[in-house]
Design a protein around this ligand. Sequence first.
Ligand code: AMP
Length: 241
Amino acid sequence: MRMILIGPPGAGKGTQAQNLVTQFGIPHISSGDMLREAVAAGTELGKTAADFMKRGALVPDDVVIGMVIERIGKPDCARGFMLDGFPRTRPQAEALDEALARASVALDAVVLIEVADELIRERVTGRRSDPVTGAIYHIKYKPPPPEVVDRLVHRADDTEVACSERLDKYHRDTAPIIPFYAARGLLKRVDGVGTPEEVLMRITAALQTVQSTSPTSAQDQAAPDQADQADQADQADQAAS
Ligand code: AMP
């Protein structure tokens, strides 16, 4: 299964991606995670990306395209992949198309998780993470235990200003890729409001109509216990992403 997960920042893409990659046995490729790793490692790419990310702005296409295309060329992607956060612009979508065509493979599905802006703002700006355990809390929906409150981190791009910037960018730069994929018959729209388990069920139902062109197709039918996976991955993340 070669698929893309699209949605506004905070729509729950990260949570759902975790569940889906387990279900399909494919690598989860998050451009945001790759960029954060590059920033943390202090690579040249990370240094270029850092300022854009702090402002909630998009990292330039030429930087991100090369990074992701190289990643999906790795052997673990031969049986499929889940792209999360990429493509985010029309040029990125076109570059991905060209790279896949060069490799004589095709996308199977593009899942769009839809959540209204107001709900996104509330989810994102209340999100806090614990750098020690990796747990993610929400000040209103999943309050942290008192003993960890002092060490919680508010991600720089989860502030009100950065969130607005990211939503603006989403509507301006990313939303135009939706008709691009709809025109190819690949788009699956899913309502992202509800518990993570409910959203996962909607996505799984939408993907049931997809005929995977990658060699995982037989294995794709064998969905493991989704409820267990959803519980683990989502308890920490429900309010957050
Ligand atoms: P995310 O974790 O997907 O929300 O990404 C965090 C930040 O990384 C974004 O706000 C952008 O600054 C940057 N980023 C991630 N993916 C892309 C992309 N495909 N194109 C441009 N910038 C990206």
